[in-house]
Design a protein around this ligand. Structure first.
Ligand SMILES: *Cc1c(COP(=O)(O)O)cnc(C)c1O
Length: 401
């Protein structure tokens, strides 16, 4: 059987690995040695699942969306990660990594953040565990995601605005890695997506795999079979997508459709559609598809969605897309805005603008009436209401709201 899982050297096909400066070798190696024995131990699993249940509010519902099902001629289920504590899937991962950090005896936590969702999820678990938390965030994002900055501060985290490069997520990652190099002894870097050097992509995928673990028994309950015909998720770095597909990667009965952020269009200069546009390169410690020029200079990502604004994409997804296991669609800003309004008006659910990219993918697919489709709503849209209202006119050509 084909496996899309990571190999013992941290590669997914040609992608992945651990390309880190020498000063981090020991640190990354220690983590590679420690992570599986710890996360597979009974004590870890007990504490992790207890927190997911009573603190995060899992299992998240698998909701049959009746009106949207009629609209698209299929049986559409929404996996409601938007209902988690802090409003997105990110907390599944930060809970796992903070427990790992504690087991490894680390006393200081750092994280990068773009829209601020991962920063908030990290600051939250640091408050819970009484650990010092410092978050690196591009100065541009600090400005445009002000509420999340305030949430992090209230939770007790220190937010460092990063003023290098384009002052967005990619620069925040570089700065977090730089900080880690200066404090390899006491510091644990909580990475927010399926990116970074091995073992992070695998670690994050495993922490998010609770999503597909639940989909399996929830579908068995509702449909009498534990697999869908389609899985749909949005993809930035790839963590909610990895969690959604984890238990189905090698199950060829299940079609996988991922929606990346096209911005103004994948063939324009204003895009974050990394799988459409990227070429193989090394970014933030791993080999992956990267948007870069001929000299290897990283190109700025552009999308209306701050959470998808990254010029790379996790190695697991690079490999699966390249091998044809996943179908990757590029969803433009206007299509995502429309998708967000559509879900809001038809089901009364305001999705994060990131998740709205997955909703918009429905329009580009054709289903059979009995097809069971599971779409992950990665987060809630409270943070994006202003963006939706301001950009409503953009979606006019697809219909009126
Ligand atoms: C961060 C975020 C994403 C993108 O990150 P992935 O690692 O690709 O999942 C998507 N949706 C929401 C709500 C987010 O906060």
């Amino acid at each position: 059987m084909k496996s899309y899982q990571v190999d013992e050297n941290g590669f997914y096909g040609e992608f992945g690995g651990a390309y880190v400066p020498e000063i981090l070798y020991k640190c990354v190696h220690d983590l590679q040695e420690a992570y599986l024995p710890i996360i597979e131990s009974e004590a870890f699993k007990r504490e992790y699942h207890a927190l997911l249940k009573d603190y995060v509010g899992r299992p998240s519902p698998l909701y049959y969306a009746q009106r949207m099902s009629e609209q698209y001629g299929c049986k559409l289920y929404l996996k409601r990660e938007d209902l988690n504590h802090t409003g997105a899937h990110k907390i599944n991962n930060t809970i796992g990594q903070i427990l790992l950090a504690k087991q490894m005896g680390k006393t200081r936590i750092i994280a990068e953040t773009g829209a601020g969702q991962h920063g908030v999820a990290t600051a939250t678990v640091c408050a819970l565990m009484n650990l010092k938390c410092e978050v690196f965030m591009g100065a541009t994002d600090v400005e445009r995601q002000h509420t999340n900055v305030e949430r992090m501060k209230m939770l007790g985290a220190e937010v460092h605005p990063v003023r290098t490069g384009n002052m967005t997520l990619s620069d925040a990652c570089s700065e977090a890695i730089r900080d880690w190099c200066c404090h390899p002894q006491d510091t644990f870097y909580i990475v927010g997506s399926t990116m970074g050097p091995h073992p992070y992509p695998d670690l994050v995928a495993k922490m998010q795999s609770v999503i597909s673990e639940e989909i399996k028994w929830q579908l068995a309950e509702k449909e009498g079979r534990d697999y869908p015909d389609y899985l749909i998720a949005c993809i930035g770095g790839g963590s909610n997508a990895a969690g959604t597909i984890y238990h189905y990667m090698d199950d060829e009965r299940v079609k996988i459709v991922l929606a990346e952020a096209g911005g103004h269009g994948w063939d324009t200069d204003y895009t974050a559609a990394t799988i459409h546009r990227g070429t193989t390169g090394i970014l933030h410690g791993a080999k992956m598809l990267v948007m870069q020029d001929e000299d290897g200079q990283i190109q700025e990502a552009f999308t209306i969605s701050a959470g998808l604004d990254y010029p790379g994409v996790g190695p697991m997804h690079c490999n699966m897309a390249k091998k044809g296991r996943t179908q990757v669609l590029s969803i433009n800003d206007d299509e995502a805005i429309y998708g967000g309004y559509e879900l809001t008006r038809m089901e009364g659910i305001i999705p994060a603008i990131e998740s709205a990219h997955a909703i918009a993918a429905l329009k580009k697919l054709s289903f059979k009436k009995d097809d069971v489709v599971v779409l992950t709503v990665s987060g809630r849209g409270d943070k994006d209401v202003e963006t939706y209202l301001k950009n409503k006119a953009m979606a006019k050509e697809y219909g009126n709201f």
